[in-house]
Ligand binder design. Structure first.
Ligand SMILES: [Zn+2]
Length: 282
């Protein structure tokens, strides 16, 4: 993003946009907008002004803003992802396909059992995907943690060490100097404690002692720990038509509940409270 011009106005109206855009056109010599594409954030006042002042410019809406408007009534991670697939479709046929897929995303409107079945299938698939993902790791440390560790190893080359002979180190790095305590797994830069991945200073200290920093990454970044989380499997079950019929009464959905918000101003009278007839004069 490269800011070119900005203005402060009391309100974003057709008038204020017209004023701003006409100066913008004059300053940048935009003519009628030939060869220009204008991306807007769905400003109502702006669009008629653009049609009038830059009739030959292509007009586009910012997808992020469209989504922020839509998602008020159209929530869900799957829908968000599908929306972006739609917006990234570069040709019409692809867009049509993605848009069709988006209209099918209606798990929330299915019955509760169907919806839960969909979720169960998704979780089953996700489980397998995550195990496959762990198989792609090039070492026993998670890829993100590995990337940070390798980057910090590079940074550690610029550090200087002062050692107290036990676990205390003074690691200077440019204008800063940090105290590292290997016993307490503590560094004054705080990154080690925040992430559980060695900061450049701790790495520097371990290298100074001829120890491999990889051995000191917290165990929650290890492949073994990751796989432990996916060690339990969801058992397959036949589809709903094959389920035995229950003799219990069918479960009805709960009654719609009033959502939290500002409570009503009127006091609710209890059933036993007598009704007031007429006006009481004092
Ligand atoms: Zn540090």
């Amino acid at each position: 993003m490269y800011p070119i011009a900005w203005a402060v106005v009391d309100r974003e109206t057709k008038h204020s946009w017209s004023w701003f855009i006409s100066y913008f056109i004059a300053d940048l010599n935009l003519g009628t907008g030939e060869g220009l594409t204008v991306m807007s954030d769905m400003q109502k006042g702006l669009i008629p002004v653009l049609l009038e002042l830059l009739p030959n410019a292509k007009k586009r809406m910012c997808a992020r803003h469209i989504w922020s408007n839509w998602h008020v009534n159209w929530k869900g991670e799957e829908r968000r992802k599908q929306f972006w697939r739609c917006s990234k479709a570069s040709f019409e046929v692809k867009f049509g396909e993605e848009f069709h897929a988006m209209s099918k995303l209606a798990a929330r409107h299915k019955s509760i059992t169907t919806m839960l079945e969909d979720i169960r299938h998704k979780i089953m698939n996700r489980h397998i995907d995550m195990i496959k993902f762990a198989e792609t790791w090039i070492s026993d440390i998670a890829p993100m943690a590995r990337a940070i560790l390798e980057r910090n190893k590079e940074y550690s080359k610029n550090c200087n060490v002062q050692w107290n002979g036990v676990n205390g180190f003074e690691i200077s790095n440019g204008e800063y100097s940090f105290v590292v305590d290997l016993e307490k797994k503590h560094c004054d830069c705080r990154l080690w404690m925040l992430r559980g991945i060695l900061c450049p200073h701790a790495i520097c200290a371990y290298y100074y002692l001829n120890q491999d920093p990889d051995q000191h990454v917290e165990n929650w970044y290890m492949k073994e720990t990751f796989l432990k989380a996916y060690n339990h499997f969801i058992q397959p079950i036949p589809n709903m038509r094959m389920w035995p019929k229950t003799t219990h009464p069918s479960k009805e959905p709960p009654k719609p509940r009033k959502m939290p918000g500002r409570p009503g101003k009127k006091r609710r009278k209890s059933m036993a409270e007598p009704k007031k007839w007429g006006k009481i004069s004092i």
